[in-house]
Design a protein around this ligand. Structure first.
Ligand code: MSP
Length: 762
């Protein structure tokens, strides 16, 4: 018998769990789906164990980042948020996410609760007014220590300097209290890496935290001082309480809050652990409210070895996988493939392999064999199994071991191990079936003996399938529902409501049960499945519609704050260059788009300068070597090759539309500095007039940094960001490449006339 146990079990008969609330500046992608799917699986298992469960998700709709995104789309922030919040909800429906509540931080119930929390903190003397001057990362909505020009340590983007009179929270007063709390509650934050990181952050000393902003208005007004809006993280974190009813006088809300607070589990991405494990408990301690029981961080879903993220242009949409393989395939893949807590790479290839191997050929095939034979040999009615032989005892023993091990592994967040164990039972049941071959009657076996064997084998295999299906239901809800019906057991959701996992044990499938009709579960994915998914992603990026604006936005214009009229005329994006043209630079807020990650670092600028006029054949305009893959040595091999005559393939002309895809802009260098331990690289901050950004360029051996400051240069502004030496490069400089022995010397392109910043070269 499985019982509610281990770390996911609060010991009580109720369980409250939450996902992070998602920013509405971009459409949902697999990275968002990951945490939500994990929470849904946990919630479904809890409910099926008879635990009164409350599962909350929602959207984080305030803040500077959303305000900017909305402005870019020509919408009010709320209109903008409405569209994206709707997309999250409909995606969750598609993926079988069964949440109990979806909170939007723009809802009155949330606004009221946040204001109450703020007022409580102020009344208790933990909030005071002062002036904040420092750096702020708009993308992460986080304050960053350091001088102007500091890059955000979380996302690598350039911070902005903020100087405002703000309200401050006395975070410094909680340093010791937090450390004592972590010590007393090792279960509070996991995995260990997160715990260590958070503890060392707090040990490093806590400074008071600015908890209001005045330089923009898209937020919740500070009660009694409405020119301030509440800092978006204080606003957002409070959702976990406001959704339950904190701040409401309604007795039903009060009762819900009483019943479910404190939360048992906040599931979060690892990069937001500081907010959840430091700020959040400190706010709650200050307000005199119990702190959550646990915060658990998941790793990142990577694509092309980089965190899947809209601003890096390497996202995959969950809808695509749902459309081709079904949502259950995605749910299974994410939980089986990635050891929870670690980063995991997503590839279509791995997805299809798992799908075919484990689902189509494994579980799906097993169910189909047994259901079909039950219909063929017993008219779809489960026969009496008769006396068990050694073979049945062995299968039963495996099933019972699986029953005993699955729950604890799952409840310890070892989803992958739990599923691996369960699939061993799938394989054993399959092997049992094959070994006993109920479809084959040897001549020496009497008819009666054969029917007895068929009955024993099919009833036993069907029972194993029942156990497997019950256990896998939280992960494969749609498929489990189909199988449950085929086993003649009715609606699995109903069984869930009856807490069927609580008393799950061998022997529950009764003789006389009438099977439902066979129905396909996981049709084998053929060769074209991967191609279809790739195409869907390509089409999506090619017709990238700004969901919030509801208008088609040119790929290049999507990237930055430019008039779409000035951007390349063609509305279609070559999927092979989609990443280059549709990738964000300065901050997330500016690019509501999705693109297919392919072909990350293409030497775009080089390709554009063609044909090469004879007089400059030996000094071609090329990109500075900042396009080398991250970590690669920046020796300009490509540039060297370019010194010779144009190779034959360059005779293939490009069209004017091809050229228009490259966004060449005038920029001015504001900051130039060497990068420790990278003797070829300079870190530049450049001003494009409409935004500032960081570019890394391999020119350190040829240019003194201080001599570059103030210089106007040409950059490729829509090149996919690359990380080098832990820093993000958002574009690339253009330079003539002069032969110089085995190497080449770059000479930066510039102008004789005065040109405005941001002017486009075409
Ligand atoms: N709005 C804040 C959270 C506030 S919670 C009070 C936020 N939003 S987010 O949309 O940027 O991210 C939401 C969650 O999605 C985070 O936990 C983040 O880690 C997760 N993911 C986004 N991209 C991801 C991957 N590529 N992989 C795994 N999770 C990722 O942060």
């Amino acid at each position: 018998m499985t019982k509610p146990d281990s770390s996911l079990d609060s010991g009580a008969k109720r369980f409250y769990l939450t996902t992070p609330i998602y920013y509405v500046n971009a459409r949902p992608h697999l990275g968002h789906a990951y945490s939500t799917i994990v929470c849904d699986a946990i919630a479904r298992r809890k409910r099926a164990l008879g635990i009164d469960t409350w599962f909350l998700t929602g959207t984080d709709e305030h803040g500077q980042k959303i305000e900017r995104s909305a402005k870019l789309a020509g919408k009010t922030p709320l209109e903008f948020a409405d569209v994206i919040a709707g997309e999250f909800r409909s995606l969750w429906d598609r993926l079988g996410i069964r949440y109990d509540d979806f909170i939007r931080t723009t809802e009155p119930r949330h606004v009221r609760g946040v204001q109450k929390l703020f007022a409580t903190l102020r009344d208790k003397g933990y909030i005071y007014k002062s002036t904040y001057t420092g750096q702020y990362c708009v993308s992460d909505e986080a304050y960053v220590d350091g001088p102007p020009g500091t890059v955000c340590p979380t996302c690598g983007r350039m911070t902005e300097t903020v100087s405002e009179e703000n309200y401050f929270f006395k975070l410094s007063a909680f340093e010791r209290k937090l450390l004592e709390f972590y010590e007393a509650h090792p279960e509070f934050m996991q995995p260990e890496s997160t715990r260590r990181e958070v503890i060392s952050f707090v040990r490093g000393g806590l400074k008071d935290l600015s908890v209001s902003r005045t330089s923009f208005s898209w937020g919740i007004p500070v009660p009694g001082d409405e020119k301030h809006v509440v800092y978006v993280w204080l606003d957002a974190l409070a959702n976990y309480m406001t959704a339950l009813g904190y701040g409401s006088d309604d007795p039903a809300d009060k009762a819900r809050f009483e019943k479910f607070w404190p939360a048992d589990l906040h599931l979060i991405g690892k990069e937001i652990s500081r907010f959840h494990c430091v700020y959040w408990p400190a706010f709650l301690m200050a307000a005199g409210i119990p702190v959550p029981r646990s915060v658990r961080a998941n790793g990142w879903l990577l694509f092309d070895d980089t965190k899947m993220s809209k601003s890096l242009g390497n996202i995959v949409r969950a809808e695509t996988i749902d459309e081709v393989l079904g949502a259950d395939a995605l749910r299974y893949f994410l939980l089986r493939e990635i050891p929870f807590g670690q980063d995991g790479s997503f590839t279509f290839d791995a997805l299809v392999r798992r799908y075919n191997g484990d689902l189509a050929n494994g579980y799906g095939n097993l169910v189909s064999r047994v259901v079909n034979m039950m219909h063929k040999y017993f008219g779809g009615v489960v026969p009496e199994a008769g006396a068990a032989t050694e073979a049945e005892e062995a299968l039963r023993a495996t099933a019972e071991r699986t029953l005993a091990e699955f729950g604890p592994a799952f409840d310890e967040f070892n989803f992958s191990e739990a599923l691996k164990g369960l699939w061993a039972l799938v394989a054993e049941t399959d092997g049992y079936l094959t070994a006993n071959a109920p479809w084959k009657k040897p001549a020496e076996r009497s008819d009666a003996d054969h029917v007895a064997l068929q009955a024993r084998v099919l009833a036993t295999a069907a029972e194993a399938i029942r156990i497997i299906t019950a256990l896998v239901y939280p992960i494969l809800p749609a498929s489990a529902e189909k199988v449950w019906r085929q086993l003649g057991l009715g609606e699995i959701d109903e069984a869930g409501k009856q807490a069927f996992l609580m008393n799950l044990q061998w022997g529950g499938l009764k003789a006389g049960t009438r099977f439902g009709e066979p129905a396909p579960l996981f049709p084998r994915a053929e060769k074209d499945a991967m191609e279809r998914m790739q195409n869907l992603e390509n089409e999506n990026s090619a017709s990238a519609v700004d969901a919030a604006a509801g208008t088609k936005i040119d790929a290049a214009a999507r990237n930055k704050n430019v008039d779409p009229q000035q951007a390349p005329a063609s509305p279609s994006v070559d999927p092979t260059t989609a990443k280059d043209t549709a990738t964000a630079h300065a901050n997330d807020a500016l690019t509501p788009t999705t693109v297919v990650p392919q072909d990350a670092a293409r030497p775009v600028a080089t390709a554009q300068v063609h044909p090469v006029p004879a007089e400059i054949a030996s000094a071609r305009l090329s990109s500075t070597p900042a396009t080398a893959p991250a970590g690669a040595p920046l020796t300009p091999d490509a540039a060297t090759a370019e010194q010779t005559a144009p190779p034959a393939e360059e005779k293939h002309f490009i069209t004017i539309d091809d050229f228009a895809k490259v966004d060449l802009r005038v920029a001015q260098i504001l900051v130039a500095e060497r990068i420790p331990k990278a003797d070829k690289l300079l870190r530049l901050e450049v001003d494009l007039g409409y935004e500032k950004r960081q570019i890394l360029a391999g020119i350190a051996q040829y240019y003194e940094p201080e001599k570059l400051i103030g210089r106007k240069i040409v950059i490729v502004a829509n090149l996919a960001p690359r990380k080098m030496r832990g820093l993000e490069s958002n574009g690339m400089l253009l330079a003539a490449s002069l032969p110089n022995n085995a190497e080449s010397t770059p000479v930066l392109a510039g102008f004789l006339e005065d040109v405005p910043l941001g002017a486009r070269l075409k």
